[in-house]
Design a protein around this ligand. Structure first.
Ligand code: PHE
Length: 341
């Protein structure tokens, strides 16, 4: 085998062996580049006789063409291989759900609380808070609930060991009404607050849970009267239940801390009255307990169960499911963040 034949043979063998485009480029330079082996042989032609130039020249040209073709073919092959390899890894699963995937939802109770705060906020109520673990004084005594009142009995109230500081009885608050007392003791009228929060009673069935939520309202001013109370609750209910013609019924009721007291029913789906809240004019004893002169100030107050109004609005049947943390339930009844509905 002569030198040219040898060169052709070696390069063709190398071209077969390479596996990357970079190796291919290096090989092309080594054979056909400015200082490539074949190029050097061609340069040497000048020193040959005309006869040799013709035969060797032809031979070199033929080899050059063979190598160029082989390199081109190999290049195409490598490109196809690398594309196939990418296609094999970068698969696309067209059965996946479209993005964005909604994962977290707002719990219906949080949603209802936000709505209530929003509606009352628009007419000037501000949010007030109190502790879940409450002194007997705020939960009962100051609210004109005398010692022998049935609401104090063990079956309703969760009692905790008395506070070590002053021996005062301590309870899990049974309603949000103690926030009325805390507000009146700490701030000067006129007052206009709502107090949403957790409440506790020893009771459990499809419509009762030992922990539930209420939203309390309190307005104290010099000329506050029952008409204000009725108008306020009517407006709230019509906005909340999104029915501008919703009918309300105020039935006489009894709460130790309001006088007169009423229970409010709404006319639901054109077929029945459903009770949704308790309310009344703040009892003069309660104002007095908070150092507010009942001859100067009057007030109204109301308290309603948040689970109850959520169940009505969204057709939720069992109250206990609110607190099961079942993701299927929350996914079904929950709300998209930022939607007001
Ligand atoms: N606290 C009462 C309850 O839990 C509701 C209520 C609040 C009634 C304010 C009148 C005024 O049942």
């Amino acid at each position: 085998m002569n030198k040219i034949e040898q060169l052709r043979h070696n390069f063709l063998a190398d071209i077969e062996k390479i596996s990357t485009l970079q190796e291919l480029e290096e090989l092309r330079v080594a054979a056909l580049g400015k200082k490539g082996e074949l190029t050097l042989l061609m340069k040497e032609l000048g020193q040959k006789t005309p006869e040799e130039r013709r035969t060797i020249g032809a031979e070199l040209n033929a080899v050059k063409e063979t190598l160029t073709n082989a390199l081109d073919q190999r290049k195409t092959q490598l490109e196809v291989d690398s594309l196939n390899a990418r296609l094999a890894i970068e698969t696309l699963d067209v059965t996946l759900p479209p993005r964005p995937v909604l994962k977290g939802t707002i719990h219906p109770l949080s949603h209802v609380m936000d709505q209530a705060i929003h509606i009352f906020g628009q007419v000037g109520f501000v949010v007030a808070e109190g502790p879940d673990i409450e002194e007997d004084f705020y939960n009962f005594t100051a609210l004109n609930i005398p010692l022998e009142h049935p609401a104090r009995q063990e079956q309703d109230t969760f009692y905790l060991p008395p506070s070590s500081a002053d021996g005062q009885p301590v309870v899990l608050r049974t309603h949000t009404s103690p926030v009325q007392i805390r507000t009146m003791l700490n701030e000067k009228p006129p007052l206009r607050i709502i107090a949403p929060g957790r409440t506790y009673r020893s009771d459990s069935d499809a419509t009762h849970s030992p922990m539930f939520h209420q939203i309390e309202g309190l307005v104290v001013d010099t000329k506050t009267h029952m008409g204000h109370l009725k108008g306020c609750l009517e407006e709230f209910c019509r906005h909340f239940f999104e029915d501008p013609n919703l009918k309300l019924r105020f039935r006489p009721g009894y709460f130790p801390f309001t006088e007169p007291s009423a229970e409010v029913d709404i006319w639901w789906k054109g077929n029945s009255w459903l009770e949704i809240l308790g309310c009344g004019m703040v009892h003069p004893n309660v104002l007095r307990n908070c150092n507010i002169d009942p001859d100067v100030y009057q007030g109204f107050a109301f308290g309603m169960g948040l689970e109850r109004i959520a169940m009505l609005k969204y057709g939720i049947e069992d109250l206990r499911l609110f607190f099961e943390s079942d993701l299927r339930w929350v996914g079904y009844y929950g709300f998209e963040p930022e939607s007001r509905e």
